[in-house]
Write a protein that binds this ligand. Structure first.
Ligand code: AN7
Length: 344
């Protein structure tokens, strides 16, 4: 039988109510890509879980199939979320598929163009907030308490249920959990989901390295960040909704949460692209954390099996690349001009 999406494949492991009406875009089933060059350099066996290959280009589709299936099954007509971009695009797509109205709140001017375009293309009503993601999240929590609009941020428990499937897939592909799992941490839904998923699946437990951007690192600082700033706009979050659970996951797994400066995140993005995997900046945070720790000798990668989660596709945020490059050369359409520039 052809692949039918995550609820079909892993529904028996997910705590979803009987009233769900499955809405799927055949999300999940993403590749675990071996990275031979990086593995050699680090002396480990490194894989990228490439979540950018989900239907809307990020891991958010895993949780959204569950959240929208539940919302539509109980008769919701409108869904809402706050978003740094990827949740917005995903909510919009699954709402469209389900025939629901979707409203997304984003921080003004801080959402990557591919995400904004996605949300608009899938028909969401996009509202910019003159404030941060955290302000937008407070607003959607308030409105969903006062009206029948359904909340599809990862405060919604069904989002966590759906996102557990990434841990199941990794265990199924490798035969057991890896030694380490490295991933970006923003609102902390994903690290919470992975940890719950590994614990439930009983194929072993990884140590978890959660990585925040230095300018948006509330879990490392131990307090909220009022004005988070980072080039990795997806994780520009100062008050993570599931911060406690993220800290628990790190501690229980004998891992940790660290902060990495933007330059190192962008450098990790380049390193991944040099091995054929283009991810958005936030998605490179996991690798940047692993490299930062290895460089200072805090990480014994030797012989270990490591999975780095790359949460969103590079095409989500093209301007971060094009703005730092000179425009391609323009030449006349003839052979002499072409050979001229190639042999320059
Ligand atoms: C590419 O879309 O919060 O720690 O509103 O888009 O589960 O929040 C996105 C988060 C990592 C962090 N990588 O995950 C949103 C949003 C990418 C992301 C994260 C996000 P969480």
């Amino acid at each position: 039988m052809t692949y039918q999406g995550l609820i079909h494949r892993y529904g028996q492991y997910l705590d979803l109510p009987a009233h769900i009406k499955t809405i799927s875009l055949l999300e999940g089933n993403t590749p675990l890509i071996p990275m031979p060059r990086l593995s050699r350099e680090l002396g480990c066996e490194l894989f990228i879980k490439f979540e950018g290959l989900n239907p809307t280009g990020s891991f958010k589709d895993r949780g959204m199939t569950a959240a929208i299936s539940e919302a539509v099954g109980r008769g919701a007509q409108t869904v809402i979320c706050a978003s740094t971009g990827n949740t917005a695009a995903s909510a919009a797509a699954y709402a469209a598929r389900a025939g629901l109205r979707s409203i997304v709140l984003i921080p003004e001017g801080k959402v990557a163009v591919g995400k904004l375009a996605g949300a608009i293309a899938y028909g969401a009503e996009v509202i910019q907030i003159q404030g941060s993601f955290d302000d937008a999240l407070s607003l959607v929590v308030e409105i969903t308490q006062k009206t029948p609009i359904a909340l599809v941020n990862s405060i919604n428990p069904f989002r966590i249920e759906g996102q557990k499937t990434a841990a199941f897939e990794i265990c199924d592909d490798l035969g057991s959990a890896p030694d380490w799992l490295c991933l970006p941490v923003g609102n902390a839904g994903n690290i919470t989901s992975y940890w719950a998923g590994f614990k439930q699946y009983q194929k072993g437990l990884p140590q978890v390295l959660g990585v925040q951007a230095a300018g948006a690192a509330p879990l490392v600082l131990g307090h909220p960040v009022e004005k988070p700033e980072t080039v990795a706009t997806a994780i520009r979050i100062g008050k993570p909704a599931r911060g406690e659970q993220a800290l628990d996951a790190a501690q229980e797994s004998k891992g940790r949460i660290i902060a990495v400066p933007d330059e190192q995140i962008l450098s990790a993005q380049r390193i991944l692209a040099e091995e054929g995997v283009w991810v958005e900046p936030a998605s490179a945070a996991g690798l940047s954390g692993l490299l930062a720790e290895s460089t200072v000798g805090k990480f014994e990668a030797g012989g270990k099996r490591i999975v780095v989660v790359c949460t969103g596709h590079g095409m989500k945020d093209p301007s971060i690349i094009t703005e730092s490059f000179k425009s391609p050369k323009v030449i006349p359409a003839n052979y002499e001009a072409l050979i001229g520039v190639i042999e320059e």
